[in-house]
Design a binder for this molecule. Structure first.
Ligand code: BYC
Length: 324
């Protein structure tokens, strides 16, 4: 006689076969579908880290909203930072469809347990940093995220479509800030070059560790969450930057950067991976400041959450009253 345990093993095997088939045929996995636990965990990890990055990523640029050089620049920067908040919210919502709560994710972030992108632990001392972030950081984000529009998990892929449209506006506004500075005074050109010198290498590190030190890549690519390896995307990004740097008249700060006819790609210098892993361990120039700021903002926003919950409670009571 077949035991209930055997039956559930058969069910799981059927469900796994269905899941594998959907992934193999480029069909989307939706929240209602069965999925392996490890797939769910990987998605929660990546999507929540991605959401945290968008939220923490508001801080380096938020730093310049009150000091933007003109009303127009201030309006653009505010809209951009607001877009990042929106991206964080779409992504938290996508992660919630996998069964994790927003409170849990928030706790993981403010307690310092969760990772967020290394790039946001660097300071923004000059206005040119707004240009360098738009051009390099949003540029890297686009290269990384366009393939994620085809991620096998439906809510993640769909969120990415909208995020990428906004990121391309962000990238262009960063490029335009740098172009304006490069067409200005000697001092402005130096400020632009200095910002690019500081953001170039950390933006390359955004793509994650080299392929031979990337423990999650192989499985994530099999599941079609990731479509390209960290190194492939990094290479693609550099190929995109070189002609844009020429238009800007900016030098990319890598003396080893040169076109290789044989490989059909750019050779480049070594990224400082020790620095990258130090930032991941919480020891970057701004890790403590970023987390402290987020924690304080969360505490100071408690009354808004309470008011919203109370409003929702009253609305629900009113609706029940109408039904009765
Ligand atoms: N920073 O096996 P790997 C934005 C971690 S926001 C920190 O290659 P995976 C914007 C990685 O999590 C853009 N940690 O991992 C916002 C893993 O640790 P765990 C943010 C990193 O997941 C405001 C370990 O290292 N973009 O654009 O296969 C203003 C080993 O790595 C980083 C996303 O989040 C890093 N840079 O690949 C302006 C994109 N890199 O989790 C702009 C979505 C790696 O095992 N995420 N780690 O403890 C991804 O595409 C992938 O998660 C990654 C890493 C390519 C980042």
């Amino acid at each position: 006689m077949t035991s209930p345990a055997d039956l559930s093993a058969v069910d799981d095997a059927d469900a796994l076969a269905r899941f594998d088939e959907l992934v193999a045929h480029e069909q989307r996995i939706e929240p209602r579908d069965w999925m392996p636990d490890a797939y769910r965990k990987t998605l929660i990890r990546q999507i929540s880290q991605h959401a945290h990055s968008e939220i923490i990523g508001m801080q380096p640029e938020g730093n310049w909203i009150t000091r933007a050089p003109s009303l127009k620049r201030k309006a653009i920067l505010m809209a951009k930072v607001q877009d990042e908040a929106g991206h964080g919210l779409y992504l938290y919502s996508a992660a919630q469809t996998l069964g994790v709560t927003r409170d849990t994710m928030t706790d993981q972030l403010i307690s310092g347990k969760a990772k967020y992108s290394s790039i946001f632990n660097y300071p923004t001392p000059t206005w040119a940093d707004m240009g360098a972030i738009g051009w390099l950081v949003d540029g890297a984000a686009i290269v990384n995220q366009v393939p994620l529009c085809r991620a096998s998990y439906g809510p993640y892929g769909r969120a990415m479509v909208r995020v990428c449209k906004e990121e391309s506006f962000h990238q262009r506004q960063g490029f335009e800030i740098l172009l304006t500075l490069m067409q200005g005074s000697e001092e402005q050109r130096e400020m632009a070059q200095d910002a690019v010198n500081r953001w170039y290498w950390p933006s390359l590190a955004m793509f994650g560790p080299p392929d031979d030190q990337s423990p999650n890549s192989a499985q994530s690519m099999k599941w079609k969450i990731k479509r390209f390896s960290n190194d492939d995307l990094r290479q693609r990004f550099v190929g995109m930057l070189v002609p844009q740097a020429e238009i800007l008249g900016i030098t990319l700060p890598d003396p080893e950067l040169k076109w290789n006819e044989e490989t059909g790609a750019y050779d480049m210098g070594e990224i400082d991976w020790d620095e990258f892993f130090e930032v991941l361990r919480g020891n970057g120039p701004c890790n403590a400041e970023r987390l402290e700021r987020r924690r304080t903002a969360h505490e100071e926003g408690a009354w808004v959450r309470e008011a919203a919950a109370e409003y929702a409670r009253k609305q629900a009571l009113r609706t029940e009253g109408q039904v009765a």
